[in-house]
Write a protein that binds this ligand. Structure first.
Ligand code: FEO
Ligand code: CA
Ligand code: CA
Length: 630
């Protein structure tokens, strides 16, 4: 997410108001560090032929001919439209506010709906998604991460909520939408009234499972057992299991809590997660007291997890899998290791936070019992060394000095700090290469790199996979587990790409050698391999198209070849959007992509045009020759 809650203030900046960065920055030092890095950034070295130079490698042979791309790269642009290459087309599948049942009204552009209509309609700001084949039906499960106040309340003066129903409408636009989809004569469409359709909202009953379930820190007045909670919100990226369940990942859960008494001071444990007496403008405490942290201080401990959802049963109770840790989860990349254990890679998207790995105790077998695979296992954090090696540090009571596994699962950030995990440039999506034991993570940007510690006071030194001070552009790190074993302690790593602007910069901000004036971008975020091993990259960055971002255009989607390092732009989104979330139809002939927050600053009418309210939507991309999409 990148939308500002207040005018031009980003969500993260809002959190930083209570934790300001130093006012003095050493500009000379920044430039010197950047220039010094040119030498090795320019020295492209292949992953396989590993000659280490300061730990940062970029792929060689990027000028080599590549036959992995079926499309011709498109130029950057600033149109209020989705642009795809010749030979492809992009259609709308479903938009924010489209009713999932025929007893709900169509989206009303004047009012932007009500709490009641929204509860029966597709949620807002689409992010992670997956399509499941269930019998002869297909079901789309998609996260609805958050809402833009000025859009959803755009019918009110200055985009401010005017009555309780406005707050509730916002609440009902969050969560997860489950909807049957089908190909029709006019392309893909949702199936209204399908028995599989479901809205999961911040009010849906959810079970807390795993080591933290029942812990005192999870008990509230409404739930003295600490095992039953209500709802999920700010679901960013996702994961999917081989046993057919969907993983919705709770990211900026903190921004929904507030205190009637603004002087209320939260505990240091909540402060580590940027929970404070002020919310990000959603105002849920006005209509639901559990979001008042002064009255219910344990309520925020019940959010920040990975939620497992069974899309085959609309009556099933989703489960928050506390064994996967509590932090600002981006996505959850599930890999079945050679020995059958389930490995889940996860980023914590905040400046200077960590990269995590969960390894299950049990093994996955097709048709076997999967009910506790994500409840019992070991959580670790990544430590990267400058020499291109790294290791996973286990989070246990012994290594962290914390009282119990339950506490580690609730205060995972504190556990990571205790063992000295590497502070990262905002770890976003993680994805694993289907052709080789190799895993990629988008490190979207970090303006605090080298300048300010993280919320826990851990230093954020320049180096390793985070090589640029005040990192504006982001990079993609990748690692290979020792011996191809995803449960191994050790790994080697390099950088697949350093984003940048070679048309503007000559220093490290020009990016790595596989970035040029024709394919440049900033802030990689969504990341997913297709079944053929092409890496799809989505951006959530600066779309000003000015100064250091001149030539980047709107947010976009690119594809990268993990072998040659070549990167080509495939799609450009409409104005002020973020491109995020992707999945494929079972026959791989359609790629579904999420367009989030078009017009977040007021300058888009996508997709309907004219004076229409801009609406987040899932688009369906196909080849005009009917070929596969990856
Ligand atoms: Fe919701 Fe880290 O993006
Ligand atoms: Ca992002
Ligand atoms: Ca994201």
């Amino acid at each position: 997410m990148s939308s500002p809650p207040n005018e031009s203030l980003s969500f993260d900046d809002f959190d930083e108001e209570i934790n300001p960065r130093p006012t003095e920055t050493d500009f000379d030092r920044i430039v010197e560090a950047a220039v010094n890095r040119r030498g090795f950034l320019g020295g492209a070295l292949a992953f396989g032929s590993f000659a280490m130079l300061g730990g940062t490698l970029v792929p060689s042979g990027v000028q080599a001919a590549s036959n992995r791309f079926a499309f011709a790269q498109i130029p950057a642009n600033t149109e209020d439209a989705v642009t795809v290459p010749e030979g492809y087309k992009a259609d709308i599948l479903v938009r924010w506010g489209d009713p999932l049942w025929s007893n709900a009204p169509e989206f009303d552009h004047a009012s932007r709906g009500t709490a009641d209509s929204q509860a029966l309609a597709f949620g807002d700001n689409i992010d992670g998604m997956e399509v499941y084949a269930i019998g002869d039906k297909m079901v789309l499960v998609a996260n609805n991460e958050y809402t833009n106040r000025k859009i959803i309340w755009g019918n009110r003066e200055e985009g401010k909520a005017a009555e309780a129903d406005d707050f509730n409408k916002g609440k009902m636009a969050h969560g997860v939408s489950v909807v049957e989809i089908a190909p029709t004569e006019n392309g893909w469409a949702i199936v209204k009234d399908s028995p599989l359709n479901r809205r999961i909202t911040p009010d849906t009953e959810i079970e807390l499972t795993g080591p933290a379930a029942g812990h005192a820190l999870l008990k509230t007045a409404a739930d003295p057992t600490g095992t039953k909670t209500l709802g999920t919100w700010n679901n960013c990226g996702n994961g999917s299991t081989p046993w057919g369940t969907y993983l919705a990942c709770e990211e900026n859960f903190n921004g929904y809590f507030s205190a009637a008494d603004e002087e209320h001071k939260v505990s240091p444990e909540l402060d580590r997660y940027s929970v404070s007496s002020k919310d990000w403008g959603y105002g849920w405490a006005n209509v639901d007291e559990r979001f008042d942290v002064s009255k219910h201080p344990n309520e925020p401990n019940r959010a920040g997890y990975v939620v497992e959802i069974d899309p085959t049963d609309p009556n099933s109770t989703p489960k928050k899998r506390t064994a996967l840790g509590r932090f600002k989860h981006e996505n959850a990349e599930v890999v079945i290791n050679n020995d059958g254990r389930v490995v889940v890679y996860m980023g914590d998207d905040e400046r200077g936070e960590f990269l995590y790995r969960f390894v299950s105790d049990g093994v996955f077998a097709t048709g076997g019992d999967t009910s506790s695979l994500l409840d019992e296992g070991t959580l670790s954090v990544a430590k990267f060394y400058d020499n291109g090696t790294g290791e996973w540090l286990e989070l246990t009571p012994e290594t962290t000095g914390m009282a119990s596994k339950a506490e580690i699962c609730i205060h995972s950030r504190q556990a990571g700090s205790a063992v000295g995990a590497t502070t990262m440039d905002r770890p976003e999506w993680v994805t694993s290469n289907p052709n080789i034991a190799e895993v990629y993570c988008a490190l979207t940007n970090n303006k605090n790199r080298g300048l300010k510690p993280n919320k826990g006071g851990d230093e954020t030194p320049v180096g390793g996979p985070n090589p640029r001070e005040a990192n504006n552009y982001g990079q993609i790190v990748r690692w290979r587990p020792a011996d191809g074993d995803h449960t191994a302690k050790d790994f080697t790593w390099d950088l697949f790409v350093l984003a940048g602007n070679p048309a503007v910069h000559q220093d490290a901000n020009k990016g790595s050698d596989n970035v040029n004036a024709d394919n440049m971008f900033n802030s990689p975020d969504g990341l997913k391999f297709d079944s053929n091993g092409l890496l799809w990259i989505q951006t959530d960055g600066n779309y000003s198209n000015a100064e250091g971002f001149a030539g980047h255009g709107n947010n976009q989607m690119l594809a990268g070849d993990p072998v040659t390092g070549e990167i080509r732009r495939f799609l450009v989104g409409p104005k002020e959007c973020e491109v995020t979330g992707m999945t494929w139809s079972p026959d791989r002939k359609t790629m579904f992509v999420g367009i989030q927050h078009p017009g977040e600053r007021g300058d888009s009418h996508w997709p309907e045009g004219g004076n229409a309210v801009p609406r987040s939507a899932v688009i369906a991309i196909t080849r005009t020759d009917g070929g596969v999409m990856g």
